[in-house]
Design a protein around this ligand. Sequence first.
Ligand code: CDP
Length: 226
Amino acid sequence: MNDLINIAIDGPAGAGKSTIAKLIAKRLGIIYIDTGAMYRAVAFKCLNRNVSLDARDAILHLLRNTDIRIQFEYNEQKLFLDGENISDNIRSDDVSNAASCIAKLPEVRNKLVDIQRDIAGERSVVMDGRDIGTYVLPNADVKIFLTASINERAKRRHREYVALNSKKTLEDVIEEIKRRDYNDSTRQFAPLKIAEDAVLVDSSGKDIDQVVEEILGIIDNRLSID
Ligand code: CDP
């Protein structure tokens, strides 16, 4: 018996998972784990080393020689790739798209899922990703599937890209998100899908505070039933 709390928040790109999950973790006084950052880190290394995203063997070789570690500074996740803090270098659209390609490989997923399960086995967490409720933490205390309309998700992501000086149009971002949704939900191993016992939350037309309160209500409800 342990009294750790594990909260899983899954959903497609641009639904607001990381913003919302971070705020929920803060309100609950527990840590937030961004699993997407781990897939981004592997993708970042492939791009930096000019390893083609189709070159399975080369990616697996690189993976065997890759050290991924998470540390917390003031409860904020920092991601170390081979000893270097790359948390601020993995948010570009190139890395997003590459992450979605390498995330198909079971060997990549197994390595990262082991790290994720280890952390959740030791600390109470809010963990966000694509497969947390379905695969990484099937016994999570609360599972949320956070989504929003494709237009709203693309608009949010477009605003983030503009802030990063990207010249992409909203139409480009819509296409990119559709492609990523397709990749993530059709891959064979641990695809993006709603866990049977997850609660669906649609963030379309809601502001951040509304979504945070809605999810905190669901968590409260679930935890008081058990
Ligand atoms: O922030 P955003 O939702 O755009 O992406 P992310 O959570 O940083 O994840 C980037 C990519 O990593 C996703 O498109 C997925 O392909 C992959 N990913 C995954 O397969 N499983 C996870 N648990 C988290 C991310």
